[in-house]
Design a protein. Sequence first.
Lengths: 542, 390
Amino acid sequence: MLLSVKALYTWFKHQPEPIKAVDGIDFEIERGETFCLVGESGSGKSITALSIMRLLPQSGLQKQNGQVLFKSGESDAVDLSELKESKMREIRGGRIAMIFQEPMSSLNPVFTIGEQILEAVKLHFPQLSASEAWERVMKALTDVQLPDPETRVNSYPHQLSGGQRQRVMIAMAMACEPDLLIADEPTTALDVTVQREILRLMKALQQRTGMAILFITHDFGVVSEIADRVGVMQQGKLVETGTTDQIIHKPEHVYTQSLIAALPENLARHETHQVVQDQPPLIRLNDLAIHFPVRKGLLRRVVDQVRAVDGVDLEIPRGQILALVGESGSGKTTLGRGILRLTEPTAGQITFDNTDITSMKPAQLRQFRRNMQIIFQDPISSLNPRLSIAAILTEPMKVHGIGESREERIELARDLLQQVQMEEDALWRYPHEFSGGQRQRIGIARALSLEPSFIVCDEITSALDVSVQAEILKMLLELRRQHNLTLLFITHNIGVVEYVSDRTAVMYQGQIVEQGRTEDIVNNPQNDYTQQLIAAVPRVPL
Amino acid sequence: MTDQPSHRQSYWRRILGQTFVRWGARLGLGWVALLAMIGIFAPFLASSFPLLLSQNGVWSSPVLTYLQAEDVLFLIAFFSLLLVLPWRISGARKLGLFVLMVSIGGGLAYSYVDPPKLVIYEQYRVAEREGVYDWVVFAPVPYSPKDYQRDLGDTGLEAPLSQADRPHFFGTEQNGADVLSRMIHASRIALGIGFVATGIAMVIGVIIGGLMGYFSGIVDILGMRLVEIFEAVPTLFLLLTFVAFFGRSLYIMMVIIGITSWPGFARYVRAEFLRLRKQDFVQAAEAAGLPLPSILFRHMLPNGMGPVLVAASFGVASAILAEATLSFLGLGLVDDPSWGEMLNQAVQSSRFNWWMAAFPGGAIFFTVFAYNLIGESLRDAIDPYLSKSN
């Protein structure tokens, strides 16, 4: 037994009732094993880690107690919750290291990565000479397989990619050879191909050093790839612990069962829509290009172009859902906005229902916009915080002459809310009163308010928990059927793609590298890049 | 995303609520409100004309007869505000209605209010001493700001409460006028110049900054150069020049302070609009084909107003200081009292008369301090990291 947590409570001060972020949990971690804490946002998994490390500001806490026994090496077990702050500082970073979700903000931007790792090494091994300490830094960077460590050691955090930064974070954590590594969603901000490499790296390091990992994540795919044992958290309580196999295949607690059932892989399949052969496609892109000029100097001269979308030919058949898949930076969001001319295309042609919209004048385009709408990723920024839901839904209708009077439009808005399964009284409330899932529903209602035939869905579920994601996806499919919508569904989640889409296009560096029926793409990819991408997706074995 | 506690409050309610939870803001607002009331009711607080008198059983109110058009305008503005505020209509309509009522009232006041040209301040005092009236009610401070009390002999430079028969609470200045009365009437200028100059600056700044932020590109480049040009203009010296050329006028002062201090607002609004431009709800408004004015003023401006209001409350303070500085240099208004001009009087005397420096100086200090307190609290309330509840 390396770490044993008993009856851990962390309550935050709040009126009228304290927030019970961690509400009496017990678990143990053995030497050399990976223990995964899984749960939806707000379930208290990160707070658990911070409580173990005693990194929470004392002033905001109502109650923090419990026993955290930690047994390092040959020494006796110590209770971290009662340790003096000076002793605790030796344990933090030295015996227990921690890595976070966002590697950019965890690294200090004004020091080179070498200096930052060196500082950690010197702090925990003051007896080492300068050259020995430096050797350790280099060894750590080599261990995490950072390419070309001799030169990279002198680079600043912003000069590295996201995956490389996370490797540096791991190197920093590993430099002091900790007994326990706490990893708080370390791969959530990374692309799937990078995620796979990082997960492999962590496994390899664990095998070599025999450290234990407390891995916090919300992604069951990652869980099934890395975990030995799993704990499922819900509202501050650990509702179920067991081996990975048990949790995924024979979950006992109702909540775990509902989580597993909500995975897109486990949702009931729907039959794909067949293309009506003789109908022309709704959207046709001809050699579409969107370049952003890079300007420099006093006169803002254009020195280079960022080719976000670089010559895309694509057809979206009427009534179908086309999934656009790609990693971050592949240009999929730019393409989605370009089709709606929210970002102006540099070259090429967009045809919507046999109308060329690339050459439309602004006034004409404004009229035409009611045919094509967009739903956004971020439920927080997608609604104007100063307007009531009624105003958000009725203003576009008024501009486009839908509904004769205000009363009629309010009636229509009420009807829209019903379609997205929301209460009527939501009309008179403001966006901040709703949860993320509810806001996303309102975003969908707003898109539907103009009765469009085409909607771009830009990562609409990636900020949501799996259970909410499942509801939104089901609802979207139902709405598609009712309104005969054509959707461009932009996402990076292959599970969602399989569940929702009829066709799939894969985007890489501004170009479509492969497109076809979703089953074909997912099960039998032809292109090299698509093969890599599909293989990197962490899968829950079914 | 977890469920958040739901409050049925609009954003501004919340911000104002949080601002005025802080004692500093309450103190500041209290002081400004007190000054505003004093300014509006100045003629009834400090006047040589009796509020009410009875002569041979006939009642009359000389103070009403001698009301100036601008006094009437202030009163109209105050009462229309009282009338409009409790109505349950939208803020924009309230503002429109208020402006309409004030402009109609102002037009009427300036065309019909016609006080006697010849003003003899001491006539009612003299008449009262002679026992002409049955009874007479004077204002709390029974001296007008320009009443030099010639009937009472030499009353110049009397310390506060040094004369038992005619109390001057804040003493008198060298011409013999009551200092408290002059300060009461000067509070109007202090408040007026602050609000009007900042109002002008805010309107120009919001429009130019908004256009720069929304269109960016070439508009932004040109706009920023304009901002830099105006930022390079030293306000005080421009004011001195204008006073030298066009004489002393309160209105010119307001306009000049206004048109030289907009760049700060433009910068704030530009930065906010650049940020908001990328926000999804603005993109959604654009995708819905909403017209440009709606996107700019309904979807973007209310979300970017926070920093502007903070800047405005500091701007009011600095406008008041600018006027005081100018008056102190002897380049303020010719005839009407202002706090800065009273400070100037204090240093011109051969010996130091503390009451002439302490009271106007204190008033300037507390007013500027009050606005800074409000600005400070508003800034903290807008900063989500310092948010008190939630």
